[in-house]
Design a protein around this ligand. Structure first.
Ligand code: M6R
Length: 603
């Protein structure tokens, strides 16, 4: 979490570059923000509690500055106060930091014994004091950073300024993302290329235990021994406005409406990849088991993948939360494929699980949205989803891109193993082709979801029910609602409710369900009737027209009839819109829900 930016420029516009960059990094955390810049031969720091807007109110944009660093925070150590906001300054050193210093308490005690007095509750201030302590000894920043890397345990992407070198920014990295952007007369550091895209799309990626020295006209890279290293320059294909809100009220709404395009792009890219890379497909088809490892929404995409891979490709799949998987006994061998699913490609638990698996020499595949992210670079093979930048904290288009990617894998493996009849293959291929149109048709009915939202928004508990694939999909629907509308919701397998939880069902607990499997539909409907008998209003998503005559259902959302390979996407669209419209009626902060951040880079 946390976003960091830095700029060394000859055009004197450092402050506006920092503020503009921070706006693009807010998805990484938004409880406080701050900047430090060189002014009148000194370092001036301005910080504020709350989002970047609050910081902007405090900044005089007419001030000229050639160099600065900035930060937007997701609090880990210490509350979200102005005092705990970054940058932190100790002696001659000022820093911003993304990550967690695990041994900060020990270091803090040692520094306190030397007379250091701390102003904040943060681990970052300890890191800053340690840098200052080493700098006082060595009077040399390269040597200081090398010692610092040896002493620190934990994760860090740090931008540091030393009072003695007002034209230089030092960038240090381990386990948190950091890149160095380059253009003529100015160079940058940033957590993410989006923060600097309006200035350059040329960049270098810093690897773990490397550091960089940046001025307006030079970028130099070093390993932990202080030896200069050469790095490959990269070029981002994103444009500055690919992450804009366009005419939409929220990023989330824009991202929901982008799905016909993002899914078309993902289907085309992944189909082409699996068709042309036949050795990859044969390998994928040969594994005796697959472990899908992910967090949150990405894990929910894995649940859909499990259903499709087991049902159609006949491979047993275990779906695991990365935060649990990394610490448990996993019975791995080279016949097991581990698939890591991640939008950001930098989620700490997913990355740690991946490292653990790699140490055991187990084959890995990444399904990742952000190009060149840590996970994308660490897996044996990566398939990129084509969702484009996802800014809203609540994942929508990245989730459906992950789902369609897993669906295409299941389809391709099933075909490779001759498990599908020719007629089935034709139907499935037609479904993939028609999917963008089918989604557009669903998206055209926004008013239906507005209506449902007006019925839901005042409730404090909502239940999501389904069986089989529908249960997997409802888990994501339930998370979406909780995340942005702050309404408590629970997702249950429809048949499990009567084993205890039905005691919570009353006329005050609406039920949202999907029934899209002809074999299970009758059973699901019986379970829904059990809730209707206790007064619960029922909202049902189904592709089974015959269910639409049932008087116990309050409202139907009827889907077209398709194969299982695209059905999960069609069920997801109404769930996304129900969550969005409900949060909208409640007046919630939809793109930046409280307590959350887009990239979860802490354990
Ligand atoms: O970037 P990742 O896909 O690895 O993120 C995993 C989760 O943090 C993420 O899916 C989270 O649950 C979503 N923001 C929820 O909408």
């Amino acid at each position: 979490m946390c976003g960091i930016i830095g700029v060394a420029t000859k055009n004197k516009q450092a402050i506006s570059i920092l503020l503009e960059g921070l706006e693009h990094l807010q998805y990484r955390g938004y409880d406080s923000a701050g900047i430090a810049f060189i002014h009148n031969n000194g370092i001036q720091i301005i910080k504020s509690q709350g989002q970047i807007e609050a910081l902007k109110q405090k900044v005089d944009l007419t001030i000229n500055s050639n160099l600065g660093i900035g930060h937007t925070r997701w609090a880990t150590h210490g509350r979200a106060t102005t005092n705990n906001a970054h940058p932190h300054q100790c002696g001659k050193i000022t820093i911003v930091h993304n990550g967690i210093i695990e041994n900060y308490l020990t270091l803090k005690e040692e520094l306190q014994q030397k007379g250091c007095v701390f102003q904040s509750d943060t681990d970052t201030e300890v890191a800053c004091a340690l840098l200052d302590d080493y700098y006082a000894q060595y009077q040399d920043m390269k040597q200081t950073i090398r010692q610092f890397m040896k002493a620190i345990q934990g994760s860090y992407a740090i931008a540091a300024i030393c009072m003695d070198e007002p034209n230089t920014i030092y960038a240090i990295k381990k386990d948190s993302p950091l890149l160095i952007g380059t253009s003529s007369n100015q160079n940058f550091i940033a957590s993410d290329i989006q923060a600097i895209l309006m200035h350059t799309n040329h960049y270098y990626l810093l690897d773990d235990l490397e550091f960089a020295i940046i001025t307006a006209d030079s970028t130099l890279f070093y390993n932990q021994d202080g030896i200069e290293i050469m790095k490959e320059e990269k070029e981002a294909s994103l444009s500055a406005n690919s992450a804009s809100k366009a005419c939409y009220e929220h990023y989330m709404l824009k991202e929901i409406y982008e799905q016909p395009t993002t899914l078309k792009a993902t289907i085309e890219t992944v189909t082409k990849l699996l068709k042309t890379n036949t050795s990859l497909l044969s390998r994928l088809a040969s594994y005796k088991r697959i472990d899908i490892v992910a967090c949150g929404t990405a894990m929910h995409a894995g649940l859909v993948g499990k259903y499709l891979l087991e049902t159609y490709a006949h491979i047993p799949v275990s779906v695991e939360l990365a935060s649990e998987y990394r610490y448990k006994q996993n019975f791995l061998d080279p016949q097991v494929l581990v698939i890591i699913v991640s939008q950001s490609g930098e989620t700490a638990d997913s990355l740690a699980a991946l490292k653990m698996v790699k140490e055991k020499h187990i084959p890995t595949l990444g399904i990742v949205n952000v190009v060149d992210s840590c996970i994308a670079r660490s897996v044996d093979y990566v398939i990129y989803t084509q969702a484009g930048p996802e800014i809203a904290v609540a994942s929508t288009k990245a989730y459906t891109a992950q789902v369609i990617c897993l669906s295409l894998l299941a389809f391709s493996i099933a075909k490779q193993k001759n498990l599908l009849a020719e007629t089935q293959i034709e139907m499935i291929e037609k479904d993939f082709e028609q999917l963008p149109e089918l989604i557009s048709a669903l998206l055209a009915n926004r008013d239906d979801y507005k209506q449902i939202a007006t019925n839901l928004y005042s409730h404090s508990d909502i239940f999501y029910l389904g069986r089989g694939l529908d249960y997997a999909l409802m888990q994501e629907g339930s998370l979406k609602l909780k995340e942005i509308s702050y309404i408590h919701s629970e997702c249950y397998p429809a048949g499990e409710l009567k084993h205890g939880t039905i005691s919570l069902i009353t006329e005050k607990t609406p039920v949202i369900a999907s029934a899209t499997n002809s074999i299970l539909d009758d059973k699901t409907i019986s379970n829904l009737k059990e809730t209707a008998a206790r007064g619960a209003p029922i909202y049902l998503i189904t592709n089974n027209v015959s269910l639409s005559n049932d008087p116990s259902i309050t409202k139907y959302i009827l889907l077209p009839s398709t194969t299982d390979f695209v059905l999960p996407i069609l069920v997801s669209i109404p769930l996304q819109l129900i969550a969005y419209e409900t949060a909208l009626v409640k007046g919630c902060s939809i793109d930046k829900p409280r307590n959350l951040a887009k990239s979860v880079t802490v354990e």
